[in-house]
Design a protein around this ligand. Sequence first.
Ligand SMILES: [Zn+2]
Ligand SMILES: [Zn+2]
Length: 195
Amino acid sequence: MLIDLHCHTKVHSACSALTPEALVRAAQARGLAGVCITEHDALWSLEAIERVAAEMDFLVLRGMEVTTEVGHVLVFGARDHHPAMATLDELRLRVRDDGALMYLAHPSRRYGTMPPDDLSSYFDSVEVQNGTEGMLQNDQAVHLARNLRLPGIGGSDSHSVREVGVCATEFESIVRDERSFVGALRAGAYRARRV
Ligand SMILES: [Zn+2]
Ligand SMILES: [Zn+2]
């Protein structure tokens, strides 16, 4: 099942033009099975995410895109967001207790000076298909992912309807909720796709 793992809505990302309803309708039009809303430095409450999912009768998951000193980090399975997460060490400390996974987003854009060898000590993997990046940048990300413990993920990084679902992640197992989503990520049974 194809899920777009990187989407912003105007609910918590001021830069996005998308309402959750428009996001879901665009994902359905593209033939996706689900979306994951990853707002900038904010996490939806589980109740609010489940309300949208029930109203739209569609799989809607949550993550967050945290801004750190080395770049944007996609986090899945965390229970909350805290401003101290802007420091990579603090982010890792706080989300690892939740059993969350960390992926470096659009790694060609990272603005810190982290040597590639250090990536695996912080990240489970990287985003290898980002809808707003060029082919060259995504190819560089694929190269980076080879040394990490999990496959790279794909997501559109959509802020508008036409961007939704241009990249996504294909899961081998059924994802029904946050628990099965995080479990499938941890199992590494997925691959990034440009749709
Ligand atoms: Zn980003
Ligand atoms: Zn983003």
